[in-house]
Design a protein around this ligand. Structure first.
Ligand SMILES: N[C@H](CCC[C@H](N)C(=O)O)C(=O)O
Length: 274
């Protein structure tokens, strides 16, 4: 199967972007996992698939697959790359693009300076919508991990996030704790694990151990979840700079309604799988 694709990234969170509108695409978890391999395949954190919409009020369907082959509900850095991709591929002319995802609707806005702002929808704080095993909504929950009690925030951005506050992201045990929490029984669909250091009420540092991937250079939905967690715990104001290993995102949330994320995108190369 000769499959054309474009390699892109958002702050180093990298993607194989596939146009499923102009070409026939046959995917399987096994193929995706094989292509994701950084030695034997293309190498990426997620595969992003562009499909025609299933509803008249949407421009595209946006599907996301993790490197382990699992299909997931949302990807923030990927959404920015999706917008750039469909414009460059001339699949659309408008610079406001309405997409449907398994985790809800998004609206993508490509700006003159090349940055992309994404309306990421409402955060889910009701445990059953995250999903997270808890009886009622709370800003912090105790969970048992490796014999110790962690006090975490649980936030859904279409996909599930566990946010852990830390004094220093550089020394946080991202690999050990991320691995343990990703498959924690309190998160029935596994979870993305964010480690958040509060620098000031308008600035955080964040590292994310992503579900189905491991630690990535950046995580857009993770940045949204961390800022929401910071706001509901009264640690953060409503517009925050999130510094990730790959660079900065701007996240805005009033405390209700939708979360907005702004950041850069990059196209690296175009390729053909043979
Ligand atoms: N690993 C995530 C999907 C990709 C999210 C991330 N790359 C982003 O930019 O939001 C999950 O399993 O929910």
């Amino acid at each position: 199967m000769r499959l054309k694709f474009t390699k892109m990234h958002g702050l180093g969170n990298d993607f194989m972007v596939v146009d499923g509108v102009s070409q026939e695409v046959e995917l399987s978890p096994e193929l995706i996992e094989q292509w994701a391999d950084r030695h034997f395949g293309v190498g990426f954190d997620q595969l992003l698939l562009v499909e025609p919409p299933t509803r008249p009020d949407r421009d595209f369907k946006y599907r996301i697959f993790n490197a382990d082959g699992t299909e997931v509900e949302n990807c923030g850095n990927g959404a920015r790359c999706f917008a750039r991709f469909v414009l460059d591929a001339k699949l659309i002319k408008a610079t406001t693009i309405r997409v449907e995802t398994a985790g809800g609707d998004l609206e993508l806005h490509v700006q003159e300076d090349g940055q992309v702002t994404v309306d990421m929808g409402r955060p889910r704080l009701n445990p059953s919508k995250i999903p997270f095993n808890a009886d009622e909504k709370a800003p912090l929950y105790p969970i048992e991990v490796n014999g110790e009690t962690l006090h975490i925030s649980a936030v859904g951005m279409g996909n599930p996030h566990c946010v852990i506050r830390t004094e220093d992201v550089d020394t946080a045990e991202v690999e050990a704790l991320g691995t343990a929490v990703e498959s924690h029984s309190d998160f029935p669909q596994r979870v993305n694990v964010g480690f958040m250091q509060i620098v000031s009420p308008t600035h955080i540092k964040l590292r994310v151990f992503e579900r189905g991937v491991g630690e990535t250079m950046a995580c857009g939905t993770g940045a949204c979840a961390a800022v929401v967690a910071g706001i509901i715990n009264n640690w953060l104001e409503h517009k925050v700079t999130v510094t990730l290993p790959g660079g900065d995102l701007t996240i805005e949330w009033s405390g209700e309604g939708n979360v907005r994320m702004t950041g850069p995108v990059a196209t690296v190369y175009q390729g053909v799988l043979v």
